[in-house]
Design a protein around this ligand. Sequence first.
Ligand code: G1P
Length: 306
Amino acid sequence: MTNKHARQPVTKAVVPAAGLGTRFLPATKATPKEMLPVVDKPAIQYVVEEAAAAGLSDILMVTGRNKRALEDHFDRAYELEELLSRKGDQERLRRVQESVQLASMHYVRQGDPKGLGHAVSVAEQHVAGQPFAVLLGDDLIDPRDPLLARMIEVQQELGGSVVALMEVDPAQIHLYGCAAVKSTELGEDVFQVTDLVEKPDTADAPSNYAVIGRYVLDPTVFDVLRETPPGRGGEIQLTDALRELATRDESDGGPVHGVLFKGRRYDTGDRADYLRAIVRLAAERDDLGPEFRTWLRQFVSTEMQG
Ligand code: G1P
């Protein structure tokens, strides 16, 4: 019997960022979708901040062609820093340096775009046999509603892998991985995952629990991914590998648990949700919020009359 004290700690995060971002063309023609600003920070910085806040200080980004801006963003910008420093603009200097100090960043290229499961599999060497987190850049979790720390806690308690679940309207389940679950004794927010299906039709969905883009994975997932054939959309699906792990016990790399998330999440991969995220986060900011809210109120009341 293993106990939580014998478990290896989770210290590394993998962030798949090789996608083409076709939903945002032409904005993403020459700019990675991860660099699109959410208020005044690129979307990817929120994700790296989230990992760092959960104690993960080693981040591997899985990138591809045209993603150089990502590396530059998390690196020093000497000329800019020098200029701001000469001007005595400490506030902007701090903001420019912030992204560099968050975590130790590493990069690997995915090569062929063969799906999320494949993107995760190229992290194998870096992860080196430890449980690790995966954060998908399209999902932005509000920093006031921490999720990853709870998932890591559950993984340390129960072993195996942990996915994040969110209840969605059944009409939306075809956009997500979907989990069949049963309850556990660990709390109302923790389930055992008994089955997983990638993007089912509403009629075939085993529940309305959608898998959202945060995972804590046992490294056995790499062995399973090697054996996982292309699934939905002809891609190697992480959901399919987790489905296999859900049938196993801990000595074999399983099981899979789900942490139910009830906080605020924005899908920045979707244009309408991306706009909602910007409006909401801007309205709540101390610096921009007061003026923006006044304008927004006027704008909405004028629109309602029109
Ligand atoms: C991926 C996963 C899916 C998951 C979703 C969360 O899909 O394959 O299981 O529910 O992320 O955002 P994608 O949205 O990349 O197509």
